[in-house]
Design a protein around this ligand. Structure first.
Ligand code: RM4
Ligand code: MN
Ligand code: MN
Length: 412
């Protein structure tokens, strides 16, 4: 018996003695789905430099291969989130991308329109003061519905780079009206079974105003549009100190939370590996989600949440960075599954602050690695995805095959 297997036996006994259903917990870990961002496996960089990575994906076919390799070792990422500017064939087609992904065991997840790459977007996309830019963007958004169909997906993810840099630069309320018009045009063009995820961010690239600045604004857009529009929370898109687990609890309760972009940050929209800077926050996020999943009133919204990574690997090897992020995300989720909720609610209702907080932290303190390893082995995988990836020789293979050629897209 391996060391982790002995640790697993002890943990399983302990959890069972607390009345937890270990088999059910393992099956929840196995059925979590995290979309891989196609843009994270190419080279990326900061404003200052791009460090070219040996073997970085050169084009969409490499990206699909890399995502399939990640899925081979993690088992919970059979979906690739896509960006329409970057995941297209040289002759402008999407069907072959979908076909190749499917051949590799992946399906295409959230499709992201292009509202920021191009000279025309200097003053914004759907919020631009220039009528022809707004119209061209709307035409593109409507075309993205066709692309989403071609990709075999049902989800469109919108993030706008729209904003202004200086006081007085543009009329803020006019921009709000244009924002709603643009979203309405996309929403009206969507199929009845499609979902629109509306992502917000409080700054960058605009540094004075951002048209979709926070969850309140996304929520306003979504409630105006209708049931098929939901808010997407990117963990790097808030001001310092904003309590993300609280805002998402409110959004779930309103039936308005649609998705996540996981990553981690220290200062700005840093796009670091999920769970590296603030693992406690990631755990508390999953704690709210699990809590909502177990409540009949919020169960449906909580179960329909789309999880994606949205990261940029500038100094670490991208594929390993993504694998590690998936593992840290699974860790946070597994810990949240172990919270003794009956005990927690009792302490909360009794106003026992100490015991309530301790009950949450007791779950956080449990080493769930043996549980995750067991789940992976039950899925026919190696217990440690990073070691499995390193042992596969894939990194050497792509470094040799892709040598000498430039990089894929910038992402993040
Ligand atoms: C933004 C946001 C979007 C991503 C772009 C590239 O900061 O996180 O989700 O598509 O970057
Ligand atoms: Mn994002
Ligand atoms: Mn971002």
């Amino acid at each position: 018996m391996e060391r982790w297997e002995r640790q697993y036996e002890a943990l399983a006994d302990d959890l069972a003695s607390r009345g937890l259903d270990v088999t059910a917990i393992i099956s929840k870990i196995m059925s979590q789905v995290i979309e891989l961002p196609s843009w994270a496996v190419g080279n990326s960089g900061t404003r200052y430099n791009v460090f070219r990575e040996m073997g970085a994906a050169r084009h969409i076919w490499d990206k699909v291969d890399d995502c399939a390799e990640i899925q081979r070792v993690v088992g919970v990422c059979p979906v690739m989130a896509s960006h329409v500017s970057w995941d297209v064939t040289d002759d402008g087609r999407y069907g072959p991308v979908r076909a190749y992904a499917e051949e590799k065991g992946l399906r295409i997840g959230t499709v992201h329109p292009n509202t920021f790459m191009g000279q025309q977007f200097r003053l914004g996309s759907i919020c631009s003061p220039e009528e022809h830019v707004r119209q061209a963007t709307i035409d593109h958004l409507v075309d993205c519905v066709r692309i989403t169909r071609e990709m075999g997906s049902k989800v469109i993810g919108m993030w706008l780079a729209d904003g202004t840099n200086y006081p007085g630069q543009d009329h803020l309320r006019k921009r709000k009206h244009r924002l709603f018009e643009g979203f309405q045009a996309l929403y009206d063009a969507m199929d009845a079974d499609m979902t629109l995820l509306v992502e917000y961010k409080f700054f960058e690239p605009g540094f004075y105003t951002t048209d979709l600045m926070d969850w309140g604004m996304s929520h306003m857009v979504c409630t105006r549009l209708g049931d098929r529009a939901k808010v997407l929370v990117d963990l790097g898109h808030h001001a310092q100190g904003v309590n993300i687990e609280h805002l998402l609890a409110i959004l779930i309760d309103e039936g308005e939370l649609g998705g996540f972009h996981f990553n981690n940050r220290k200062y700005g929209d840093d796009d670091l590996m999920a769970g590296t800077i603030n693992p406690l926050e990631l755990f508390l996020i999953f704690d709210q989600i699990v809590d909502a999943t177990e409540d009949p009133l919020t169960e449906k919204t909580a179960k329909d949440i789309v999880y994606m990574l949205d990261q940029s690997h500038n100094v670490e090897p991208s594929i390993e960075g993504i694998i590690q992020s998936v593992m840290y995300t699974q860790t946070a989720y597994a810990k949240a599954l172990l919270v003794d909720r009956a005990k927690l609610y009792e302490a909360q209702d009794a106003g026992d602050v100490i015991l309530a907080n301790r009950t949450v932290m007791e779950a956080y303190d449990i080493d769930v690695q043996p549980l995750l390893k067991k789940a992976r082995v039950d899925m026919g995988l190696e217990p440690d995805p990073i070691l499995a990836y390193r042992a596969s020789g894939y990194a050497d293979k792509i470094a040799a095959e892709r040598a000498g050629e430039g990089a894929g897209a910038l992402g993040g």
